[in-house]
Ligand binder design. Structure first.
Ligand SMILES: *Cc1c(COP(=O)(O)O)cnc(C)c1O
Length: 236
């Protein structure tokens, strides 16, 4: 699978260039929609990328990373050069991995069911783990996120659970319709979350192809991967 092209596209210089381009575009887009750049967190999704990509990003001041699989994340978390990084966990999380992930995660974006909340309860942690409730924005119940009909029950449980702090909502629009539809729904569901948890104001939304739209819909946390990292290697 490795050829000269793969090396090139993930070189530190290539990563730096794409990072600066996207960062500049985010700043411009914030200005265009009247948002403060400081109110938007850029999470660079480095899932399945070599650790060299993370290190290249720290060289341009980017220390906030998104990872989606524990086995893949943990070897990067242990890398001494990344000891000061912030790891946002954005992928489907098995309950039996929950505590291990919570030990290094700065935030968890994919809380989607009661059993996961229960697995996270009463952890030995001084500061509660910031958590987003992930909501399924599609008609396909197999897609990630809690079904909207189950949202209230899950939020109630999160609010009663010590050791975690509900900070907002997360969602990924369906691929077969305009992203606007999904983000619109996310904002509607957010209203009901805010009714139960007024401080859960954050919105984790927007990926490489739709982050500009997400910003218009109020995203506070952009999860941008390939636009910055280059293409993802195929899964191990
Ligand atoms: C992979 C992933 C991203 C980043 O996707 P890109 O298209 O590479 O920007 C964002 N959010 C989630 C939940 C992901 O799984």
């Amino acid at each position: 699978m490795s050829n000269a092209n793969d090396v090139d596209v993930h070189s530190a210089q290539a990563v730096h260039t794409r990072f600066h381009d996207v960062e500049q575009a985010i700043a411009e887009e914030c200005t265009a929609v009247g948002r403060n750049r400081d109110d938007v967190t850029l999470i660079v999704v480095t899932k399945f990328q070599p650790v060299s990509v993370n290190i290249a990003l720290t060289e341009v001041g980017q220390w906030v990373f998104g990872e989606s699989r524990h086995q893949d994340a943990v070897r990067k978390v242990r890398e001494p050069a990344l000891a000061h990084a912030n790891w946002h966990f954005i992928g489907q999380l098995q309950s039996n991995k929950a505590r291990q992930v919570a030990a290094y995660a700065a935030a968890l974006h994919s809380v989607d069911r009661p059993s996961l909340v229960t697995a996270l309860a009463n952890r030995d942690r001084e500061v509660a783990l910031p958590c987003f409730v992930e909501i399924n924005l599609t008609d396909d119940p197999r897609r990630g996120g809690v079904q909207p009909t189950e949202l209230k029950r899950l939020v109630d449980l999160m609010l009663q659970t010590p050791g975690i702090k509900l900070v907002g909502v997360m969602g990924v629009p369906a691929i077969d319709e305009p992203a606007e539809y999904g983000f619109e729904r996310l904002l509607e569901y957010r209203e009901s979350v805010l009714g139960l948890a007024p401080s859960a104001t954050q919105i984790s939304a927007g990926m490489s192809h739709d982050w500009k739209i997400a910003l218009r819909f109020g995203a506070t946390h952009l999860r941008i991967g390939t636009a910055i990292t280059g293409p993802r290697p195929s899964l191990p």
